[in-house]
Design a protein around this ligand. Sequence first.
Ligand code: PMP
Length: 418
Amino acid sequence: MKPFIVEYKSYYQSADCSILDKIERYSGYLEDHEEKKMNFFLKSPLLSGCENSSTIYDRHSSDNRQMTMFGSNNYLGLSTVPEVREAGIEAIEKYGVGSGGVPLFSGTHILQQKLEQKIAALKGCEDSMVFSSGYAANIGTVTGLIRPNNLIVHDRLNHSSLLDGSALTGAKFVRYLHNSPLSLEKTLEENHETYPDGMIVITDGVFSMDGDVASLPEIIEIAKKYNALVMIDDAHATGVIGHKGAGTKSHYSLTDGVDIVSGTLSKAIGAVGGFVASTKKIINYLRLYARSNMYSTALPPSVCASAIAAIDYMQTSERVEQLKQNYTYVSENLSKLGYSTGKTESAIIPMMIGDEATISLMARDFFENDIFVNAVFHPAVPPKQSRFRISVMATHTKEQLDRFLNVADKLGKKYKII
Ligand code: PMP
């Protein structure tokens, strides 16, 4: 079969013609995608909850398929545990489905405040506030804090929500080489005199496409030397690293040095929503100035109830330890097979393929083998670094992990990757 070639840019860049022209061109491209029975841009949806084994409706064949899930962010499998479901059901029965307002009007529910206290404690901060998503949390936090006279200093691989938030501030932002304290120091050295009104260093805690952990102690030391604030995005660190899933600060046994921690309730916590945790003063300021919170309806009480139950479950069960055992097993064995998996230390394992044509053929083969994986292409990752972003779950059985490794071995040899 001929490969499907992912061409993102040509369909999104302006071609000096009408607004709708790019859509015409993209539609033609999508026809090729559909003819080749791919699932990158239009998906074969889940018919079940997102579990270690999920039922997928194969929209090309109209079959229901039982597939092993290696593509979700539900790392701890918390979205379906009975305690978490029941907390949500009970809250829906008591309070209905919606919060009924933005947080500063009628939307602040007592369960939201309980959740905010729980998140603050988890992150070792005085206070926290929740948003409708992690994306909204990052946009709101960055736009709320930063003004055009500040400088934003990003790790090169930070998540798009942090970059999008930065663009909205009107401030200049620069990027240092990925997880390089040397490059960060050079950037701050070069800029600190030009920005006497303040700089902020922002980094993902666990990087979303590589699974590696930010060098936080060095980052803090350098930032403090230049009087810059430090913000971390713990979206993929929460529930995965640190004591009982507390995240990046806990991973390094740090109590100080990080000024702001953002994150999401949509990944290991298994629900939906985002958060930012910090000092009481900063959070009180953001309750008014984080526009993605102020102008957007509050999370439903049921989501808050489920997120509280999920954090409790995470802290009292063995799921975080099980997850670590599982991702260590998969990454070590993928390396043994000959795959390059970068510097992952988390549930996200990049299985590097490189060539985009090859990965599109392999993606089909994984699907045919009833293994659900996500292929990631430029611009989500740098050019020529396409990869499968393997996400391991605490609930995967040894048999499921071994079957995945077995298929990865066969396909790697078939396509001469290993
Ligand atoms: N930060 C990072 C690092 C992420 O990977 C994501 C989700 N892809 C987000 C923030 C946004 O979180 P959410 O999905 O809850 O909007």
